[in-house]
Ligand binder design. Structure first.
Ligand code: ARG
Length: 246
């Protein structure tokens, strides 16, 4: 009985062992979330998370392997070992934190609102949207969807599988507002000045962090020290400025 237990434990490699043995860092993310992860026309993945992941793989001396995964399946993908880490702009929430471990936050954002240009002046905050006559779009399974339900309960809510589909509803006039993370909305608004208006003030507090499987403090220790190093040596700032200030 004892040897069976020992062998199961021996089989469950820590993430760092798995990464070292395979020579690969497999990173889960969900492309389409500007400027963290995007897919180029020729099929490459680019963005802030992608670049941080590449830096991490380089520091480990292994190959960066992108694992593009639909948002609603991203925690299961981590749990079942399809990737070693989620670097996907994931907000730390208590519910998620009961299933995965988070490293220290690498950025703090909040929910913001894009509205139809015709509502400019009428809608000044999320509170003005809390009316059954308004339709809000967001993305399924995100904190945007959660915030809309919690803070704007009277409005109708339509949830989409991708950011692109959700925000398009506002751009083409089918929805009144799109509730989503600050950086995404800021970039979308700057690219679609005529189709949407941007209410910039965030109405939630959301630390984003890398997620790993539970019960693996060694990997968390690595991640927190890697983050500290990139913050101190200018790597983080260089990548941040590249993706957030252009
Ligand atoms: N921060 C939000 C959340 O955690 C949205 C993240 C979406 N990320 C993505 N890679 N599509 O729910």
């Amino acid at each position: 009985a004892c040897s069976a237990l020992v062998s199961t434990q021996a089989m469950a490699k820590s993430a760092l062992e798995q990464i070292q043995d395979s020579g690969k860092l497999r990173v889960c993310f969900d492309a389409g979330y500007m400027p963290f992860e995007m897919k180029t026309k020729d099929g490459r993945f680019i963005g802030f998370d992608i670049d941080m992941g590449k830096q991490m793989a380089r520091a480990m001396g292994v190959t960066f392997v992108p694992v593009n995964t639909a948002w609603d399946g991203i925690i299961p993908a981590l749990q079942t070992g399809k990737c070693d880490i989620i670097m996907g702009g994931m907000t730390i929430t208590p519910k998620r934190n009961m299933k995965v471990n988070f490293a220290h936050p690498y950025i703090v954002i909040g929910q913001t609102i894009l509205i139809k240009p015709s509502l400019k002046g009428k809608i000044k905050s999320y509170k003005d949207l809390n009316n059954a006559k308004y339709t809000i779009a967001s993305k399924l399974g995100t904190t945007g969807a959660q915030a809309a339900k919690r803070y704007i309960p009277k409005a109708k809510l339509q949830l989409f599988d991708t950011e692109a589909d959700g925000v398009l509803q506002v751009a083409n006039g089918k929805a009144d507002a799109f509730v989503y993370d600050m950086p995404f909305n800021a970039i979308y608004a700057s690219q679609h000045k005529k189709q949407v208006a941007f209410i910039e003030k965030p109405f939630t507090y959301e630390p984003l962090a890398w997620a790993v499987r539970q019960g693996d403090p060694d990997f968390l220790n690595f991640l927190n020290n890697f983050l500290r190093q990139t913050r101190g040596d200018g790597t983080y700032k260089r990548l941040y400025d590249h993706w957030f200030k252009s």
